[in-house]
Design a binder for this molecule. Structure first.
Ligand code: SAM
Length: 237
């Protein structure tokens, strides 16, 4: 994509998330049947945080991942970064939100020095960025050597018995909920479409390895529709 086209696309995605911010949390719970909270807890477990460790959550939205981390380990030093001001504003207004450092940041150009964080997490970010490899390279750069990356994402539905049900959920239920609850069908058509066109889990592993991560692993959840990918920045890099 040409540079002008890229920046237009980036603006469109940013505005879409700005518009979604008001209903995002409620719709997220409905679309995932409330399971997303458990998946976030698993991400935070994999991030292996202890008191004083530094966590960055990229594409943090209204901060669910950071709130989950702080509930598990209140003394972790967590930063939430997102390029949607409306998402940040909504997150900051949540109980305890004023205690979190929120950062307006593009995942493809993080405003942090090299070797800053012990862990970097993301939830449903990577399928929205224009260059997933660059996003992982940035996450690697800001991680300390030996630091971990943990990524929660959706995955294209596999050929299995529940595939027809998953397709109904993606093609009909999510857009309908988007229209009824959020008053925004187009965004909730875009989001499932990005899932169907997204990388397969093994392609994501390869992208993370190409970015420089080692010990990359993938865990499939919910009939293979959700994934948690983990990797480590090599100690010597
Ligand atoms: C689907 S939401 C997920 C929010 C949150 N992580 C969660 O798990 O609920 C994706 C978020 O990524 C943000 N995002 C998308 N592309 C981004 C980019 N290039 N840089 C920073 N944030 C981005 C959006 O603004 C949005 O808040």
């Amino acid at each position: 994509m040409k540079q002008g086209g890229e920046s237009r696309k980036r603006q469109e995605i940013k505005h879409m998330f700005d518009r979604l911010s008001g209903h995002y949390d409620v719709l997220n719970r409905m679309i995932t049947f409330g399971f997303d909270s458990g998946w976030r807890r698993r991400v935070i477990e994999r991030a292996n945080l202890s008191p004083g460790k530094r966590l960055l959550d990229v594409g943090s939205g209204t901060g669910d991942m950071v709130f989950t981390a702080l509930r598990k380990e209140p003394l972790v030093r967590a930063t939430a970064a997102d390029f949607s001001f409306a998402m940040i504003k909504k997150g900051r207004s949540r109980p305890g939100g004023d205690q979190i450092p929120w950062c307006s940041a593009d995942a493809l150009k993080l405003p942090f020095s090299d070797n800053t964080f012990d862990a970097v997490t993301s939830g449903y970010l990577i399928r929205n960025v224009l260059d997933p490899l660059k996003a992982f390279q940035e996450q690697l750069r800001v991680l300390k050597p030996g630091g971990v990356v943990v990524c929660l994402e959706t995955s294209p539905p596999k050929q299995n018995l529940v595939r027809p049900l998953i397709l109904i959920h993606l093609k009909l239920v999510i857009p309908l909920l988007g229209r009824l609850v959020g008053g925004n069908q187009s965004a909730y058509t875009y989001l499932p479409n990005t899932t169907r066109g997204f990388m397969k889990p093994n392609e994501m592993v390869a992208t993370m390895q190409k970015a420089g991560f080692e010990s990359v692993s993938c865990r499939l959840l919910m009939f293979g529709t959700m994934t948690i990918h983990c990797g480590r920045r090599p100690k010597r890099s």
